[in-house]
Ligand binder design. Sequence first.
Ligand SMILES: Nc1nc(=O)n([C@H]2C[C@H](O)[C@@H](COP(=O)(O)O)O2)cc1CO
Ligand SMILES: [Zn+2]
Length: 161
Amino acid sequence: MSQKRTDYISWDEYFMGVAKLSAFRSKDPNTQVGACIVSQDNKILSMGYNGLPIGCSDDEFPWCREGDPLENKYLYTTHSELNAILNYRGGSLDGSKIYVTLFPCNECAKAIIQSGIKTVVYDCDKYADTASVIASKRMLKAAGVEIVKYHESQREITFKL
Ligand SMILES: Nc1nc(=O)n([C@H]2C[C@H](O)[C@@H](COP(=O)(O)O)O2)cc1CO
Ligand SMILES: [Zn+2]
């Protein structure tokens, strides 16, 4: 009798893997972010990546980072976490977890808290020193949202798409 496989991926690898794959859909030339929302019983509820709202053309809106606020991306992009929350049409996200490839900003932290998400598992934290992320952590902690750093497993998976 053959035994079951033992090198299958963990739940954490699976969900952060889905978040990372989602980020590949982003058109942002500088930072691609992905998010995956998971229920308490390990079911994927929603996914998202950073991009423009529906109807706002990727080719007509700006993707640069600087200059006139109306001519750079920041006023227009929807963050991956907010997209994942808004993409969920199944009811309540109460008690769920969000896996995100980059630590949530203050605006996404508000949406995370208000939607009832109870755990944030994040990978990169490259904007940790910004007021946005400091405020985000302050609110998440005050609201009792658990913050967990994802530890990369070093496992590499390659496949043809
Ligand atoms: N947690 C996040 N989720 C996101 O989806 N984003 C998006 C907004 C922008 O499209 C991009 C950040 O652009 P940049 O400032 O690194 O060139 O990532 C940004 C953050 C940072 O807090
Ligand atoms: Zn955000």
